[in-house]
Design a protein around this ligand. Structure first.
Ligand code: IPM
Ligand code: MG
Length: 364
């Protein structure tokens, strides 16, 4: 039996977040119908939606839901309406607060090029075909959380400060995640740093190299981040697992997204010792919010990651991924994926099609 009740905290957030999360929830419904499981969905506001409702981006009630759930499913946060706010009040604080409070130090961002979408990539098909990268981004350290930080006035002029700091424990635990992930893939880790300039990332390189000794079956190489940015577009297929810092991972994962053709395709998992959060990496896309045109596939694929990493349901994870491939093969395209003149479907139509394909394959 696959477990009785599973509580999932659902935070739709802002912009297209609610639209894509609604489709991910349909997928949970199909899994529930086909398997002996019942999901208890515990909805809460985060980000701008929470600012409007309760005056803070991460209300205590939502944090509590997150702490008590098996996993969090999050849409997106942020939008122009809240851009002028102080740092402590910005919608992004919800995301950073959840990462910090849930201890989500490991961010997995798979960059998969679908053969069906090869023409959606701005790069040549022959360069990107078959690309399958897992970016393992450290998520609770680096410039994002280091202190001192802030803008202060010194000698009559303003000075902005952030601190790049990593302890060896922080580096070791994320390196272990990368090596273990590589064992389930092509057994190759590329660690990305800027060790030629930044001492903190020389430590990163040293500790990753030490950690590698426990994984003799995994091949390790090191790359400077500027070179990695170049190699990702020159020859993305050379990469298997890319292990990197919070800041570099933020940048390289957006670059990775474009290799696949649309950022609307990329799911993510943020994992800690005891908690997990799943979200599409595309953000709130305020320009297209509320129109029903957003691509829900990244949110749906995030449910697949939840099945795999939190629930341990590899079969269901693969079934969801298979259902996504199926609808792409059938020619369904949201606007972000379509070539000029191609017929497009809306968010709900895409979600319904994946749900139907999934129900067929799970026998629900
Ligand atoms: C991401 C986003 C976030 C980050 C923002 C919204 C705080 O860009 O998840 O990549 O910088 O980590
Ligand atoms: Mg980012």
């Amino acid at each position: 039996m696959k477990g009785e009740g599973v509580t999932i905290a659902v935070f739709p957030g802002d912009g297209i977040g609610p639209e894509v999360v609604a489709e991910a929830v349909k997928i949970l419904g199909v899994i529930e119908g086909a398997r002996r499981v019942s999901f208890r969905l515990d909805y809460g506001p985060v980000g701008g939606a929470a600012l409007d409702a309760c005056g803070e981006p991460l209300p205590a009630s939502s944090l509590k839901k997150a702490l008590e759930a098996r996993a969090v499913l999050l849409g997106a946060v942020g939008g122009p309406k809240w851009d002028g706010l102080d740092y402590a009040l910005r919608p992004e604080r919800a995301l950073l607060g959840l990462r910090e409070r849930l201890g989500l130090f490991a961010n997995l961002r798979p960059v998969t090029v679908y053969e069906e979408l090869i023409d959606a990539s701005p790069l040549k098909g022959e360069v990107v075909r078959g690309t399958d990268i897992l970016i393992v981004r450290e998520l609770t350290g680096d410039l994002y959380f280091g202190t001192p930080r802030g803008i202060r006035t010194e000698g009559g002029r303003r000075v902005g400060v952030n601190t790049l700091i990593y302890t060896e424990e922080e580096i070791r635990r994320i390196a272990q995640v990368a090596f273990l992930a590589a064992r389930r893939r092509r057994r190759r880790v590329t660690s990305v740093d800027k060790a030629n300039v930044l001492e903190s990332t020389q430590l990163w390189r040293d500790v990753v190299t030490e950690t590698a000794a426990s994984y003799p079956d995994v091949e390790l190489d090191h790359m400077y981040v500027d070179n990695c940015a170049m190699q990702l577009v020159r020859d993305p297929r050379r990469f298997d697992v890319v292990l990197t810092t919070n800041m570099f991972g933020d940048i390289l994962s957006d670059e990775g997204a474009m290799i696949t053709g649309s950022i609307g395709m990329l799911p993510s998992a943020s994992l800690g010792e005891t908690h997990a959060m799943y979200e599409p990496i595309h953000g709130s896309a305020p320009d297209i919010a509320g129109r029903g045109t957003a691509n829900p596939l990244a949110a749906i694929l995030s449910v697949a990651m939840m099945c795999r990493h939190t629930l341990g349901w590899e079969e269901e994870a693969r079934a969801v991924e298979g259902a996504v491939r199926r609808v792409l093969r059938d020619g369904l395209r949201t606007a972000d994926l379509a070539r000029p003149g191609e017929r497009t479907v809306g968010t709900a139509e895409m979600g319904d099609a994946v749900a139907a394909a999934l129900a067929a394959s799970l026998g629900g």
